[in-house]
Design a protein around this ligand. Structure first.
Ligand code: BTN
Length: 215
């Protein structure tokens, strides 16, 4: 794609990659490292997901990685696009805000945690094990990681309109009926679009956060 040829890739080659065994969460390790650092672990004892959920996987069965990045309002969507491109853009789709789906089942997820001066972007992808009802990617971890580094570098530098356009192309959510749960307040309707700040538009109403179910 043209985008990949036109931007420079500062993370690749410059980033320090911390390859660790067992950690509480790669997010915790990444938090004290400089921008550009990447933390990769074989296992997490306290992995976490969005909305205070746990993220668990047996040792060596998942790609567990956190990137320390400049704050960016569209980072969550950009990371979703990067992860889908790295996994398999022909088969992996995005459920708003950034779940990775393989054949409609969750194969990975993204957690962005912002501090004052940086954003910690954690990505977990099931490779050879998945919880009930979820999917596995079944690709070698290092291959997925190498592609993911490159794609993160590309998409975090892309213009907002490029990120949103590609997110739309990869979306499994747009055009579907959905249920949005925001702290127990439920809305059902048609997922019509993505706004300029990455918000999901359902029957004309913009959602900036929440849990989405495809109906
Ligand atoms: C979600 O789907 O709710 C997001 C899951 C994010 C999991 C990854 S695994 C690497 C990083 N470390 C964590 O503790 N969480 C993220």
């Amino acid at each position: 794609m043209e985008l990949h040829d036109s931007v420079s890739l500062p993370i690749v080659g410059e980033a320090e990659v911390w390859r660790l065994g067992s950690v509480t969460s790669t997010q915790d390790v990444a938090r004290s490292l400089p921008i550009g650092s990447i933390v990769l672990a074989d296992h997490q004892t306290a992995g976490r997901g969005r909305l205070d959920r746990r993220w668990e996987s047996p040792e060596g069965t998942a790609l567990l990685v956190s990137f320390v990045l400049e704050p960016n309002p569209l980072l969550s969507l950009a990371a979703g696009v990067a992860a889908a491109e790295a996994c398999d853009p022909r088969r992996v789709r995005l459920k708003w805000p950034n779940d990775l789906l393989l054949e409609e089942r969750k194969v990975g997820g993204i957690l962005v945690e912002a501090t004052q001066d940086r954003a910690i972007c954690g990505i977990g992808i099931n490779l050879t094990w998945s919880p009930d009802g979820a999917a596995t990617l079944d690709q070698p971890r290092d291959d997925v990681f190498d592609r993911l580094r490159q794609e993160i570098a590309t998409w975090t530098l892309a213009r907002p309109d490029q990120v949103i356009e590609r997110w739309r192309d990869l979306s499994a959510t747009l055009g579907r009926r959905v249920r949005v749960d925001v702290s127990g307040a439920i809305t059902e309707g048609l997922a019509e679009g993505i706004g300029p700040r990455g918000e999901l538009i359902v029957d004309g109403v913009a959602f900036v956060a929440g849990s989405v179910t495809h109906l």
